[in-house]
Design a protein around this ligand. Structure first.
Ligand code: PMP
Length: 459
């Protein structure tokens, strides 16, 4: 009898076994995962909390992948999906087909975006949106009689996704090096270096800047520049004041299209509806995903200026680009409800108000722990860094994996955060759902405080 009990597997154990056997995970250390199985098997969520199959509760302080912006368990979004599925679960948007929900959402997006970013092309996610923006940029120039404008300039440390074009634009080297995925005609400038744009050629990073690449390659060969208003996966890196405007000016000077990747920063994450609103910059195309549905359904979009559509409709040719799920009715219905709640519940304003609580919390951590530095937040997009000695700028030895260890300590204490450990940096990102309140942020900070202390004791 007792033997029978001991061989009976828990739900966690049997799911873990099946996971290892049948499930290859994205962006995961494959060997470790295969040997150890998943660290958590999530079964449900409510607000900023999730529960695993063992019944343990965790705080999801990353909104999963910076996307569950309305938090978990929003019944209204489930109801919107159900209603749409019962009415019309799927309809194509190829060959001239359209449907009500996709049209309504396109109008809504046009009303939220600045200036005449009024035309929407739907995708199923961020990578597809960026690939679409690259192809539409080239197409735009082709129709305008400048087919030699094919090159795309991105930034180092940028993350734009994993499809071939998106990977090629991504500046986090680990993604590019993976199967050597970089396509021709993609270039990378140093991330967020203003000085060259503003004319200071003595800046040591001048060589890497966007203007250099434009001038070296020839302005007439550049289709577009793409950048995140705030670099997310690259380490929550904010552009210095004036940078976004300088890039806009540079693009205007050479007639280059400016694409902003708002996959993380879109829909309130930075305390404004879109990241670019923080700098009053209007791109020619904006790519979105994640927060458009708060992750309740898979949807992305490219939102472009009317001038791009106006060129495209000059030709009689078929627009040979599109996804089966472009404008998926259920996803669009969820997005519409998601945006309605975002506005109705003033969540963009909440994100701005909570920025101060998050900043104060991180300032407390910086004050208390000598290894914590470079704390920053814009809306609910925050991060801090770990250095062995911040005063002298001495980093931790990479073998220590400091950010990773701190995030592990948080996980032990049922708090989910995430690291960015590129180029020797030890960055810990924090991005709770936009519904988060003061007490919840203070709780996150308090667990972080304990976790950093635990890490310090290991040094
Ligand atoms: N762009 C940015 C800025 C992102 O953060 C991501 C995803 N983290 C993507 C693009 C890719 O989106 P997806 O994973 O939906 O393809």
């Amino acid at each position: 009898m007792s033997e029978k009990v001991s061989i009976k597997k828990t739900k966690m154990e049997s799911l873990s076994e099946l996971d290892r056997k049948h499930y290859l995970h994205p962006t995961t250390p494959a060997k470790m995962h295969f040997e150890q199985g998943p660290s958590i098997i999530v079964s449900e969520g409510k607000g900023i909390n999730i529960k695993d199959v063992k019944g343990d509760e965790y705080i999801d302080a990353m909104s999963m992948l910076w996307n569950v912006n309305l938090g978990h368990g929003q019944k209204e979004l489930a109801d919107a999906a159900q209603e749409q599925m019962m009415k019309l679960a799927y309809s194509s948007s190829f060959f001239g087909n359209s449907h009500e929900t996709a049209i309504q959402l396109a109008e809504k997006l046009a009303s939220l975006t600045p200036d005449d970013l009024n035309v929407v092309f739907y995708t199923s996610g961020g990578s597809e949106s960026n690939d679409t923006a690259f192809k539409l940029s080239r197409y735009y120039w082709q129709i305008k009689g400048q087919p030699e404008r094919t090159k795309i300039i991105g930034l180092e440390r940028a993350y734009h996704g994993v499809t071939m074009g998106a990977t090629s634009a991504t500046g986090v080297r680990e993604f590019q090096n993976f199967v050597n995925a970089k396509a021709p005609d993609f270039f990378h400038a140093k991330a967020h270096q203003t000085n060259c744009e503003l004319g200071d050629k003595s800046d040591p990073n001048y060589e890497g800047c966007i203007r250099d690449i434009v001038e070296k390659e020839g302005p007439d060969t550049i289709a577009a520049v793409i950048l995140e208003p705030v670099q997310g996966a690259g380490g929550v890196l904010f552009p210095p004041e004036g940078y976004m405007q300088a890039v806009r000016k540079l693009c205007d000077e050479f007639g280059i299209l400016m694409i902003t990747d708002e996959v993380i920063t879109g829909f309130g994450r930075t305390g404004k509806m879109f990241g670019v609103n923080n700098w009053d910059v209007v791109p020619d195309m904006m790519t979105v995903a994640k927060g458009i549905t708060s992750g309740y359904s898979q949807l992305g979009a490219v939102i472009m200026k009317e001038k791009i559509r106006d060129e495209i409709v000059k030709t009689d040719d078929v627009l040979f680009h599109g996804f089966t799920y472009s404008g998926h009715p259920t996803a669009c219905a969820v997005a519409l409800k998601n945006l309605e709640i975002l506005e109705r519940d003033n969540l963009v304003v909440n994100a701005k108000n909570m920025e101060k609580v998050l900043k104060d919390g991180m300032a407390f951590l910086e004050e208390k722990h000598s290894i914590v530095t470079k704390t920053r937040a814009l809306g609910l997009l925050g991060a801090f860094e770990l250095y062995e000695d911040p005063a002298s700028g001495k980093p931790f030895d990479p073998s220590i994996a400091a950010a990773h260890k701190v995030v592990d300590e948080c996980f032990k204490r049922k708090l989910i955060l995430r690291t960015a450990e590129w180029d020797g940096d030890n960055i810990v990102a924090i991005a709770p759902a936009l519904i988060v309140n003061k007490q919840e942020i203070e709780n996150i900070i308090s667990i972080l405080d304990e976790s950093i202390t635990a890490f310090e004791m290991t040094l």
